[in-house]
Write a protein that binds this ligand. Structure first.
Ligand code: NDP
Length: 332
């Protein structure tokens, strides 16, 4: 059946400026780390992507190694892009990354070398079936590669027209400052920083948010729902239908699901209920309370999850009392 995007998809959506750039991203973006590999039926993938696009989500976040198997999320997204979203490329912000293990031998083992980054970007473009991505990321800081080399590879990606903007992921505040300076020397601004950030993981509040603000970069927070822990999903035990029980689900470890965290989630759930929100909606609104956070980068295993999560945008404001109460259950 032919997919026709909802005509009113931009009417109530919220877009926030990325740092000092001219680009805006949806307040909620969709990541394809889980549920877009070959182990998920393409029809399920389609229904998630279509629901997201229908609700004004214009930003889809990928990486070379998303699957399983690695690379398959890009191939599957490319398929949907070609078959169902062909006329909509200019409505989309597609990002990809390089930096973790991808192909055999010393150059495919990730890192930040010019060889690894630019070869990987070419492979990603081919898998996605596009001429350029909107944002190309260095997926992680690589202590074995001079930062100037990583910066130069990112700048080359832009100069070669293979990426419109560049970003970094999981860098420290100081490395953010350093690479932003190196990129600026090449006339390429650092668009965006992609760190983990949620109610149970607040490390970016120490320095990274400040560093990103200083260099004019936006911030897109990954795992804003702590991989599902900050949703109604685990409040009464571990359900069968969860990423913990799917291939690649071992990133959500038993220590994350310890009783102490579940208790915290239950208390946060009560605060959410008083606000007329679900726990997932509260968690997303909380991540977005700081204007330096451009977007919350969610994952989803169903269209219904996307719908619930996007509805967080109906309740973004907090009273000071609510924020202090939330602080009692959030982990510093
Ligand atoms: P989240 O914290 O948003 O977790 C998403 C998972 O939570 C879903 O797959 C689903 O789990 C569950 N969930 C979501 N909404 C609901 C809901 N309303 N009710 C119940 N359960 C829900 O983020 P992810 O960990 O998926 O990461 C998001 C994106 O961030 C990735 O796709 C990727 O793009 C990016 N990322 C980047 C990294 C980096 O190094 N740069 C690292 C990790 C992620 P279930 O599948 O069990 O239903």
């Amino acid at each position: 059946m032919t997919y026709i995007p909802a005509p009113g998809r931009y009417d109530n959506a919220i877009y926030r400026r990325v740092g000092c750039s001219g680009l805006k991203l949806p307040a909620i973006s969709l990541g394809l780390w889980h549920n877009f590999g070959d182990t998920t039926p393409l029809d399920t993938q389609r229904s998630i992507l279509f629901k997201a696009f229908d609700l004004g989500i214009t930003h889809f976040d990928l990486a070379n190694n998303y699957g399983p198997p690695a690379g398959s999320a890009e191939i599957n997204f490319g398929r949907v892009l070609k078959q169902d979203l062909a006329g909509h490329r200019d409505e989309l912000i597609i990002s990809t990354k390089a930096g973790w293990d991808m192909w055999p031998g010393p150059y495919g083992r990730g890192g930040g070398s010019r060889k690894a980054l630019l070869a990987s970007l070419d492979q990603s473009l081919q898998r996605l079936g596009v001429d350029y991505v909107d944002i190309f990321y260095s997926h992680r800081f690589d202590a074995e590669t001079p930062l100037a080399e990583t910066a130069s590879a990112l700048a080359s990606a832009v100069e070669q027209g293979k990426a419109l903007y560049v970003g970094i992921s999981s860098y420290s505040g100081n490395k953010t400052r350093e690479i932003a300076t190196l990129l600026a020397e090449r006339g390429v601004p650092l668009l965006i920083n992609q760190p983990s950030y949620n109610l149970f993981n607040r490390w970016i509040e120490k320095d990274l948010l400040a560093a990103s603000g200083e260099v004019g970069a936006g911030v897109i927070a990954f795992t804003p729902l702590a991989q599902g822990l900050l949703t109604g999903k685990y409040l009464n035990g571990i359900p069968v239908d969860t990423r913990v029980n799917r291939p690649g689900g071992d990133f959500l470890r038993p220590e994350h699901l310890k009783e102490e965290n579940i208790e915290r989630a239950r208390s946060l759930n009560e605060i959410a209920a008083r606000r007329g929100q679900s726990l997932a909606q509260l968690a997303l609104a909380w991540v977005l309370r700081d204007p330096r956070v451009t977007s919350a980068l969610i994952g989803a295993s169903s269209a219904a999850q996307v719908e619930e999560n996007v509805a967080a945008l109906n309740g973004l404001s907090f009273t000071d009392e609510e924020l202090s109460e939330i602080d009692r259950y959030a982990v510093e």
